[in-house]
Design a protein around this ligand. Structure first.
Ligand code: TIU
Length: 222
């Protein structure tokens, strides 16, 4: 058992029963010229998470521990895209339409894929999810149960949307979640800060928050 400094109190975990879950580090959310930027968002707020994620991912892989990745997106026929999600925002260009890197948030398109800097290696499951949460309409729960995972280290984008939704889903399913502060990002810094505060508030109502350096140091010692 390893314990690291975290908010609101130390997070204890057994590495063999802990998965690093990297949420939606996709080209359309992070790359200049992608869908996120097309909507007027400042992608630099998300891009600052790339290096910390690379360091944590390298440490977790070197220790031979479980890594999983998610991607938000839809079938090419859009059968799993709720009409409400399709029309939300009243944007001229929406999910499923031709975008800067192929059809927006459609599986198989370039923009939907994970950025090269954090690309999964063989043996790391990729969970394709149609919603914001990684458990809704996916096989994530089944995979975690099969692999005996009890704790999740949650990274990725965006802190208040897909990361937060996933942590809430995981919490209700009995997982202990640590959200990795510097490995998560939002287009809106104040939402990032608030989303992390919400996780750790009330003695850890949804889980814990810590920096990646705490984890990397602990794995190195472990
Ligand atoms: N992955 C994720 O958070 N999807 C979003 O749509 N996030 C926004 O902040 N828009």
């Amino acid at each position: 058992m390893i314990a690291i400094a975290a908010e609101p109190y130390p997070f204890e975990f057994e590495p063999a029963h802990t998965a690093l879950l990297i949420i939606d580090m996709q080209r359309d959310f992070l790359e200049p010229g992608g869908f996120g930027e097309m909507l007027g968002n400042d992608v630099s707020q998300l891009r600052r998470t790339i290096e910390p994620n690379q360091r944590l991912l390298a440490a977790w892989r070197a220790a031979g521990l479980m890594v999983m990745h998610t991607r938000e997106g839809h079938r090419p026929d859009l059968a799993d895209l709720p009409p409400a999600k399709k029309i939300r925002g009243r944007s001229a260009t929406c999910i499923g339409d031709a975008g800067p890197m192929g059809r927006i948030l459609v599986r198989g398109e370039a923009g939907h894929d994970i950025i090269p800097a954090l690309y999964p290696v063989p043996g790391e499951p990729i969970i394709d999810k149609p919603g914001k949460g990684a458990f809704y309409a996916t096989s994530l729960g089944r995979l975690l149960a099969d692999k005996g995972i009890a704790n999740l280290l949650v990274c990725g984008v965006t802190t208040e949307v897909c990361v937060n939704t996933t942590v809430r889903e995981a919490n209700d399913r009995g997982y202990d979640c640590l959200v990795v502060r510097d490995c998560c990002g939002s287009y809106f810094p104040h939402f990032h800060d608030s989303a992390l505060a919400m996780v750790a508030a009330q003695r850890g109502i949804f889980g814990w928050v810590a920096d990646s350096s705490q984890l990397i140091d602990a794995i190195g010692r472990g």
